[in-house]
Structure formats: structure tokens, C-alpha cells
Write a protein that binds this ligand. Structure first.
Ligand SMILES: [Zn+2]
Length: 325
């Protein structure tokens, strides 16, 4: 038995596997396309574990642990995945199926939660430091790490701040509410906020929006400001709710880099100028961008596999019908 831990991040198009050594450093990586549908998803995960074992020159059973990060509604206690629309998975006992095929327990975690653990680990926050990982992908959701462990909440929805309504007159959200934060600050918000950027029916990309805004396009500038303003609101909500030491921004929109994090910090600074209360919170200093060169979800999945996600908050409770990020 080696001390090496495997983490597999199953994404909508790609699956990324990593091996962590005893010290928690990434010593191997593997990427492959993700299959569509429950059987293909299971096969993709098995193939990734086997490939990583081959690359390490060991038997898959010799890994100390295996953990999976996957989108959708995940019951981490039971290893069940539901409503992972992009993967073609409606209901799948992923943990049990992988355990049967690999002959070992396999832990499964929601991808945003896994990424939160991974970011906490990679940013060397230290066990006592708290962190929220704000995932800006197609949707908007956060994973919360307190005292080095995930905080899922009583029903597993802690951090689902994308479904906090912030505009009563806003768009109808797939969750059934109106004006949710997710409809105003995520990849899926781009086409809504900047319809001018759609090309032949294809939704605009974040890079295109920010490029047009930097060239002075008025509609793009307004839309980019609106998105940045609502991301700043998400940061504020996380700090005012759990008062984490840091909010780390990750997910697809984080690849915008400096324009995004600079814009969010500028917005937080502007709000602080008119609010001594907000000024006292130093929000701009507490918001960070995730390191761009590592898949934090795969690293976090490896930590989940090693039971890095301490119990203490309920997983396995029934979850309400929240649209996954
Ligand atoms: Zn919603």
C-alpha cells in the first residue's frame, strides 16, 4: 500500500485525475474526455484511476484512497449523484459502483466543495484558517472550509448563494425564484446581460465581454460592470454570513484574471468609501483568485478520498431542489 491518494474531477467535458504524495504534492496527472451517461461516467472514472496507477507503476488497489469530485446534487455520505445534467446523469450510486469495481471504498463529493478543499490546501491556508471558494462557472455557488474541513450545512446546501434573490424584478431562475444572484453573476448570465454579444445564437464568452468593455463598447461596459458588481455582492454575502478569512474566486470566469479580480476589488473599495462598516471589513484584501495552473477540484477530490472532509455537518440529508452549478 502506497501513501498516495487519487483525486478525480469529473467535469462536463473533461475528467482530470491527480495523484498526491504523502506530503500532499501533485506527483501525477491525467486528463481524458468525460463519457456521457451514467455507465460512461463510471467507466471514465475507472479508466482514470487505472491510468494513474499505470503511470505510477503500481496496482490501483495500492493507492491509499480514491476520491471523486462531480457536479450535481451529491450525497457524500452515500456516494450518490443526482441531477448532473451536463453529464447525462439523473441518479447514480457512483460511490458504490466505483467501490465494487475498484474493490475499495470511494468517496464522492460535489465538485465545488472538492475545489474548496483543494484551494484551501494549495493556498496553504493552514488548518485554522477559514475560506470560501466562490465558483463562477455556468452557475454560481460556494464551498466553505472551516477549521480545515468542509462545512456542508444541515441539508448540504451551505454556500448555495447563487440562489439568493437579489432583484425581485429580475429574471425567473430555473430554481423557481426571481432575480437570483446566479442570473446576474455567472457564465449563464452573460447572454442575458449582454445580448449584443451573442453571435449566430451562440452565447457570448466572458473574455469577449471584457475585451469589448476594455475597447469602450458602452453595452459591454455596462454588462461587465453589472457582473463585477454582483460578484462583489457574492463576496460580501460570504463574509457577512460566515466571516471567512478569505474568499477565493475560481471556476471558468476566474480565467479572466486581472480584469476580473481588479474589477471586484475596485467595486469593493468603492462600496467601502461610503460605508465605514464595509471599510472595516477589508474585503478587497480578503478576496483572492485561485491559482490558475492546478485543478483545485481534482486535488480536493484526493483530499476528500482521504476523508479530509470531516463529518460534523450533515451529508445525506434530503436536499431541496436546487439547480446545481
Ligand atoms: Zn435561483
Amino acid at each position: 500500500m502506497s501513501g498516495e491518494r487519487v483525486g478525480i474531477d469529473i467535469g462536463g467535458t473533461k475528467t482530470h485525475g491527480v495523484v498526491l504524495d504523502d506530503a500532499g504534492a501533485v506527483v501525477e496527472q491525467w486528463r481524458s474526455p468525460t463519457g456521457f451517461g451514467p455507465e460512461a461516467v463510471v467507466a471514465t472514472a475507472i479508466a482514470a484511476v487505472e491510468k494513474l496507477a499505470t503511470l505510477r507503476g503500481i496496482d490501483p488497489a495500492a493507492f491509499a484512497s480514491v476520491g471523486i469530485g462531480i457536479p450535481g446534487r451529491v450525497d457524500s455520505a452515500l456516494g450518490h449523484v443526482g441531477h448532473a445534467v451536463n453529464l447525462g446523469v439523473d441518479s447514480l450510486d457512483l460511490g458504490a459502483q466505483l467501490a465494487a469495481r475498484l474493490g475499495r471504498p470511494v468517496r464522492v463529493e460535489n465538485d465545488v466543495n472538492a475545489a474548496a478543499l483543494g484551494a484551501h490546501h494549495l493556498l496553504a491556508r493552514g488548518q485554522s484558517r477559514s475560506m470560501a471558494y466562490l465558483n463562477l462557472g455556468t452557475g454560481l455557488a460556494a464551498g466553505i472550509v472551516l477549521d480545515g474541513a468542509l462545512w456542508r450545512g444541515a441539508r448540504g446546501v451551505a454556500g448555495e448563494i447563487g440562489h439568493i434573490p437579489v432583484d425581485p424584478q429580475g429574471e425567473l431562475c430555473p430554481c423557481g425564484q426571481r432575480g437570483c444572484l446566479e442570473t446576474l453573476a455567472s457564465g449563464s448570465a452573460l447572454a442575458r446581460l449582454w445580448p449584443e454579444g451573442s453571435i449566430d445564437g451562440r452565447a457570448p464568452r466572458a473574455g469577449e465581454l471584457f475585451a469589448a468593455a476594455s475597447e469602450g463598447d458602452p453595452a459591454a461596459t455596462r454588462a461587465a460592470e453589472r457582473i463585477v458588481e454582483n460578484i462583489a455582492a457574492a463576496v460580501r454575502i460570504l463574509v457577512l454570513t460566515v466571516d471567512v478569512d478569505a474568499v477565493v474566486i475560481g471556476g471558468g470566469l476566474s480565467s479572466l484574471g486581472a480584469p476580473l479580480i481588479g474589477g471586484v476589488r475596485a467595486r469593493l473599495a468603492a462600496d467601502a468609501r461610503t460605508s465605514p462598516f464595509l471599510a472595516s471589513l477589508d474585503l478587497g484584501d480578503r478576496v483572492l483568485l485561485v491559482p490558475g495552473d492546478v485543478d483545485v477540484a481534482a486535488v480536493g477530490a484526493a483530499l476528500v478520498g482521504a476523508a479530509g472532509s470531516a463529518a460534523g455537518n450533515a451529508a445525506g440529508s434530503p436536499q431541496p431542489e436546487v439547480v446545481p452549478a
